[in-house]
Design a protein around this ligand. Structure first.
Ligand code: PMP
Ligand code: GLN
Length: 392
């Protein structure tokens, strides 16, 4: 037993489920539909632009808020797709991935005595940071199969101490894309509060079936309190690059930048220049990716629905979720651990996205993989679940 006085939040954590399942996938030679990363790299022109910058420079510290080329490209992207008017000098900070953007935004808006509202299921990085800064998490729990966000549930979670809410749309892990009515409900609750909305929109372009992605900041009155977080990893299938950003009103961004300057201070200049090139010249890749992912979602769904997985709707993101009760009485985690060993397919149990009182009958499939990889996973699942005797 260690006698060191660790921060209990981090001392109490294990490695993330994504790392665990990817390690198990390697160990068992499994097809990895667990961790959400594409298995095809994004546009060569972006990589060329970054490679040229690595070779020829700049190679020293970029400005703390990011290279101006990239901040301008982020503002131009937001204008093109949503009509927003961010000033690259005052309203944008480049971060090392959306993970850092989230951490800096939470650190900027919450401290001891504050409460932060999280919507569950919720991406795994939010809660530990809220708790580490000494704030308290208040939860709005969505319920399967519709996972709808209601004004009543939001009102029950908000108090006079609420300093922020994190809203993720499209939502990892359930692929929900909040519609206008849900966002309007949130806007009404926020309007009567002092809370900032930290909008995790990393999957903003990965929205299917012609649905719109509606940023909360686009609703009347919301822009002054909305921090919009993006990730080039998802837009350009370059998840390892970890170039993300936060855009919002200058008074909020000033404090986010103050947090960012002591988390990483800045991000690789070559990668920033590569992504500036991407946002300016390669958005067709991203728009094509949306179509490609929708087709892969359908390919996976068609393959597994007949095996006894009960599929839930997937409106956006990399992820499709399914109810496993027709296949097993095991918990989602036990099922995933057995699957990776016995079937050779890695998935993610949904219970890890809830703090307590969780459903344990749902699993997440990542379909941001090559068609051949999805086909191989379906073949392995068919071999196993096509045979009634293996149902437990
Ligand atoms: N938010 C959500 C909802 C995510 O799914 C992810 C990554 N998978 C992130 C944030 C982190 O993004 P990044 O890799 O840019 O740090
Ligand atoms: N966001 C990715 C997922 O949900 C994982 C990122 C990570 O491993 N930290 O699968």
């Amino acid at each position: 037993m260690s006698t060191f006085r660790f921060n209990p939040v981090f001392a109490g954590l294990g490695t993330t489920i994504f790392t665990q399942m990817s390690a198990l996938a390697v160990e068992h030679g499994a097809v990895n539909l667990g961790q959400g990363f594409p298995d095809e790299d994004g546009p060569p022109a972006i990589r060329e632009a970054a490679a040229a910058a690595l070779r020829d420079g700049p190679n020293q510290y970029p400005p703390m808020r990011g290279r101006i080329e990239l901040r301008k490209a982020i503002a131009a992207h937001a204008r093109r797709f949503y009509g927003f008017d961010y000033d690259p000098d005052t309203d944008v900070v480049v971060t090392s991935g959306a993970t850092e953007a989230l951490t800096a935004s939470i650190m900027a808006t919450a401290g001891p005595g504050d409460e932060v509202v999280l919507i569950e299921p919720s991406y795994d990085s939010y809660r530990p940071i809220v708790e580490a800064v000494g704030a308290v998490v208040r939860t709005v729990k969505l319920a399967a199969p519709d996972w709808r966000l209601t004004e009543e549930a939001l009102r029950a979670a908000f108090t006079a101490k609420t300093s922020a809410i994190v809203i993720n749309t499209p939502l990892n892990p359930i692929g929900r894309v909040f519609d206008r009515a849900e966002l309007e409900a949130l806007a009404r609750v926020l309007a009567g509060s002092h809370a900032v909305a930290i909008c995790d929109e990393v999957y903003e372009h990965l929205v299917f079936d012609g649905r719109p992605h509606i940023p909360l900041a686009a609703l009347p009155g919301m822009a002054p309190r909305a921090l919009r977080i993006g990730s080039s990893g998802k837009m350009f299938s370059l998840t390892g690059w970890k170039v993300g950003w936060v855009a919002g009103p200058a008074d909020l961004i000033r404090v986010v930048a103050n947090a960012h300057q002591f988390i990483t201070f800045t991000t690789s200049p070559a990668l920033q220049l590569g992504i500036a090139h991407g946002l300016t010249h390669e958005m067709d890749f991203t728009l094509g990716l949306t179509k490609e992912l929708q087709a892969k979602r359908d390919m996976l769904a068609n393959g597994i629905a007949k095996l006894g997985f009960r599929l839930l709707a997937c409106e956006g993101s990399y992820f499709l979720t399914a109810d496993i009760r027709g296949l097993t009485n095991e918990s989602d985690r036990a099922f995933c651990e057995r699957l990776v060993r016995e079937v050779g397919v890695a998935l993610i149990p949904l219970s890890v996205f809830f703090a307590e009182g969780t459903p344990d009958n749902l699993v997440r499939f990542a379909f941001c993989k090559k068609r051949a990889v999805i086909a191989e996973a379906v073949t392995r699942l068919e071999k196993f679940f096509g045979n009634e005797k293996t149902h437990r």
